[in-house]
Ligand binder design. Structure first.
Ligand code: HEC
Length: 95
């Protein structure tokens, strides 16, 4: 019985770990496919850690006005990743 419980908890942890990594990957993906259409990622990286969340919200909103293809959920997700900034974004900027 105990063993089953341990396996259950372990499986739960795996699902949790892979879902948060999935969100991170999604952010890096959005940057590559929706932001780099117009400019290099360096344009984004140089502001990492400098803009507040509301400032990123304004920037992403501006990019959508310019023509970035992002729905509401994707915009919210990106703003979260950028204002963190998330590991996926800092990794993406290091390359
Ligand atoms: C349709 C073209 C286009 C797309 C797509 C685009 N941008 Fe931009 N971006 C621009 C232009 C043009 C500028 C320069 C004008 C300016 O400085 O506001 C710019 C400038 C910026 C700047 C520097 C100016 C500032 O406000 O800090 C950042 C940061 C930025 N973009 C982030 C992004 C992000 C993040 C994405 C993806 C969500 C994105 N951009 C997608 C056109 C685009």
């Amino acid at each position: 019985m105990l063993r089953a419980k341990i396996i259950f908890v372990f499986a739960g942890l795996l699902v949790f770990a892979s879902s948060s990594a999935g969100a991170d990957d999604a952010c890096a993906n959005l940057i590559t496919t929706r932001c780099e259409v117009c400019h290099y990622v360096t344009r984004i990286c140089e502001s990492l850690g400098k803009k507040s969340k509301s400032s990123w919200k304004r920037t992403v909103g501006n990019m959508v006005l310019y023509g970035a293809q992002l729905n509401q959920d994707e915009q919210r997700e990106l703003v979260d990743c950028l204002s963190g900034p998330s590991a996926a974004i800092t990794d993406r900027c290091r390359k």
